[in-house]
Structure formats: structure tokens, C-alpha cells
Write a protein that binds this ligand. Structure first.
Ligand SMILES: [Zn+2]
Length: 414
């Protein structure tokens, strides 16, 4: 039986979002919640139904499968990856997907909570969706398009390929991972065993976007040390590290270099925690920049500022510790330029204008890239993620499937 591109994607998506797969930051188990495995087992069954023989779920909850190559010439083995969990920020229990057909620009009031409304005036991306069918939650939960849209799109693409043997492709490896939202999505992922040469995560926003960059990220811990004395007998003796730390923080730039004052490709230094007393005060930062050189400059700036500050307080001192968090995945992807080039081609064949996009954060793809599996991120069509106003259109999901299929074909070309 022949099927159309994207034929099963909306139905799959609405089925998948009903699984509660919220991950849990405070859990000590892996995966962080058992309910993710329940969903994994369902996906495993569906992969088997599609005829993917080696479909498997391992004790960590990773679901993997292989679609064998159908060409005799050699082609690279491609991975397709999406995550099963949803954000701990908003409930993902009892999600009731709502389809708003033929969107005509009106406000979409969500039926479960009338305070939750999608408005064209606040959501410019909706302008592109006139005439489309938009899926939201009922307003009491998130939708879970992040990342069940990615899973539904990969599953639909596999379903299409198994029913269209005339479409030529190399070996395709699939992985559905747990705990991405709690930063542990690839903690136990065995890149060697997975067996792909590179991969694409389906976990981005706009369907024409290819995300090839993340921040370079470090954390910095500055400990200011003063001298403690009984306040009644402290004249000319006591050095208050609380005042030292606040004098330091007060000199940070007010209108630049902060999360609240930057966007696009600008980095920042962000003090996110302060703790201490008279003798010792610890200030913790996260610092971000798209370039390693810029990151190092930000570190040197903080160190010099701390140095300058303690000079005004004799007998005070400070220590400065830097810990690496993650690095821009572009440094890996630049060594494999074909990955992004072919993705751009796949987007173009789907009649979309490809656009490179930088992620102001990290992704599993960035971690995988540094684990030896270069992995850019592609858009699934999801919007307003991690909120009750999360939405996606059926037409965008179908286009995303088309992009996956184009990608598979482009990589199999001679
Ligand atoms: Zn995601």
C-alpha cells in the first residue's frame, strides 16, 4: 500500500503527546522517570510493526533501530535522533491535543483555561500559518511538541520509506533518547554501538532552520575572603567579604553582557548565585560566548575586575575557579561541512529557504558531536516550547518529514 509523505504524522503526534513523559531533575535514577520507558516500549512496538528487525530498548531507556540500506553502492550511515521526555517546567500529564483547523488569524483561546490564548499580535510566527491546522494543548498542560513532533516526524519518514522501496537510501539508524530536558540525554548513549557516522537531531523550531552552533560555556566560582572580628571590637580590623562581593558585582556592566541585555550572537557573564558571610562570600557565574576566544576574554575580564576590587580592601583576597561546561558544536561540524550543506540542500528541495541558526544554549547534538557523532539540529515546527501555549501546525510537521526524506535521498546520491 502506498502512503503519502506525512500521512501518519498528525495522528502519531496526537497519540504520542498523551504519554506523560516528563523528566525529573531531582531523580537519582536513569532514566529519571519510569514513565519515559512506557512510551519507549510503545515506540519499540511501532518500530517492529514497521519491520525494523533490530528494534531495541536498553536498560537506560534508549530506543534504537535500523532501516537497512536498499542500494548496492556504498552510502554513509545516517542517524536520526529525537528525545522522548518533556520539560519538568510544565505538567505533561493528561495532555489533550486540540486541532484548530484552517487558522484564519483569530486569537486561539485554549478551552481548558481561557487565560491561555495564542494571539497573532504576540506570536509573529503565526502569520506564516494562515490556512493551516494548528495543534495546541487545552491550556492546562504543555503540548509536548518538544520533542514528540521530532519523534512523529522520524516515525512517519520511516513508515514512508518502508512503503516506498523505490526511494533510494543508505543505512538509517534511529535513536529515541530520554532525559534531554534535564541535561542527561546522552549520558549513557553508546555512540560506537549506535553505528552511525553522523546524525541529525529533530529538535529545533522553524522547519527551514539548521542549527549548527551552540554557545561555548563555562562556569566560574569566585570566592572573596575578608577578615572576621567581633563587630564591637572591629575598628580597622574587620574586612567584610559581603561588601567586597557586592562592590565587585556593582561594577559589572549594566546594559551589556547579561542574559537580560543580549540576543542573537552576543555572549554574557551571568552571576546566578551568591552565598556567604563576613569571612567568605562565594559568587557563582555562568559565562557564555559563541567563540572560545570571547569566552576566555570574559573570564579574564571577571578575574581582572575581582583583582581590582580586592585592592581597595587591604588583607582581603579572592580565588577564581573555572569549570568547562560545553563547547560550540560548530568547531566539530566545520570539520564535516557536508553535514550542514546537505541539510540545507534538503530544505531547499522542500521549497523552503534554508537558514542557519545559533542556539543560545546547549543541545544533545552538541554533546554527541564531541562524543564522536557530529550532529546538527533540524527544525520540527514546534513553537513556544516549555509552556502551556506550545503549538505546532500539521502542515509544518509534514514539511519536516519531507526534509527528512530529502536528506536521506541526498545522502544516497552518487
Ligand atoms: Zn527538545
Amino acid at each position: 500500500m502506498q502512503v503519502e509523505i506525512g500521512q501518519t504524522v498528525a495522528e502519531r503526534f496526537q497519540r504520542y503527546v498523551r504519554f506523560d513523559t516528563q523528566s525529573d531533575e531531582d531523580s537519582k535514577t536513569y532514566p529519571s522517570t519510569d514513565r519515559q520507558k512506557d512510551f519507549g516500549i510503545r515506540l519499540l512496538d511501532e518500530l517492529k510493526e514497521l519491520g525494523l528487525n533490530d528494534a531495541n530498548i536498553d536498560p537506560y531507556g534508549y530506543v534504537t533501530a535500523t532501516l537497512a540500506s536498499n542500494i548496492s553502492r556504498s552510502a554513509p550511515t545516517i542517524g536520526l535522533v529525537a528525545h522522548m521526555d518533556t520539560s519538568p517546567d510544565v505538567s505533561g500529564k493528561d495532555v489533550k491535543p486540540q486541532v484548530h483547523k484552517n487558522y484564519s488569524g483569530q486569537d486561539i483561546i485554549l478551552p481548558g483555561d481561557s487565560r491561555q490564548a495564542l494571539r497573532l499580535s504576540e506570536t509573529p510566527e503565526l502569520k506564516e500559518q494562515l490556512g493551516n491546522d494548528i495543534i495546541t494543548s487545552d491550556g492546562t498542560t504543555l503540548l509536548g511538541a518538544d520533542d514528540k513532533s521530532g519523534i512523529a516526524e522520524i516515525m512517519d519518514a520511516l513508515s514512508y520509506l518502508t512503503k516506498h522501496p523505490e526511494v533510494e537510501h543508505g543505512t538509517i539508524k534511529v535513536a529515541f533518547t530520554p532525559d534531554e530536558e534535564v541535561g542527561a540525554g546522552v549520558e549513557h548513549f553508546d555512540v560506537r554501538k549506535f553505528g552511525a557516522q553522523f546524525a541529525y537531531t529533530m529538535d529545533g523550531g522553524n522547519i527551514n532552520e539548521i542549527e549548527n552552533e551552540t554557545f561555548c560555556a563555562d562556569s566560574v566560582r569566585i570566592t572573596f575572603r575578608g577578615v572576621s572580628f567581633h563587630p564591637g571590637h572591629a575598628k580597622r580590623k574587620l574586612i567584610n567579604s559581603v561588601k567586597l562581593a557586592s562592590a565587585f558585582l556593582d561594577q559589572l556592566p549594566k546594559n551589556t553582557d547579561s542574559p537580560e541585555t543580549t540576543e542573537e550572537r552576543e555572549g554574557y557573564v551571568h552571576p546566578h548565585s551568591i552565598q556567604g558571610g563576613v569571612e567568605e562570600t562565594v559568587v557563582k557565574f555562568i559565562i557564555r560566548d559563541f567563540e572560545l576566544e570571547g569566552l576566555k576574554k570574559k573570564e579574564e575580564y571577571l578575574r581582572a575586575l575581582a583583582d581590582q576590587t580586592v585592592k581597595d580592601y587591604p588583607r582581603s583576597s579572592f580565588s577564581f575557579e573555572v569549570e568547562e561546561s560545553y563547547r560550540n558544536m560548530r568547531y566539530v561540524l566545520d570539520k564535516n561541512p557536508e553535514l550542514v550543506e546537505k541539510a540545507m540542500k534538503a530544505v531547499r528541495i522542500a521549497s523552503l529557504q534554508p537558514r542557519l541558526h545559533s542556539i543560545r544554549g546547549g543541545t544533545d547534538g552538541a554533546k554527541l558531536s564531541y562524543m564522536g557523532l557530529p550532529t546538527p539540529n533540524l527544525g520540527t515546527g514546534m513553537h513556544n516550547i516549555h509552556s502551556k501555549l506550545e503549538w505546532i501546525s500539521i502542515q509544518d510537521m509534514k514539511k519536516a518529514v519531507e526534509v527528512i526524506l530529502n536528506l536521506v535521498k541526498v545522502w544516497a546520491m552518487e
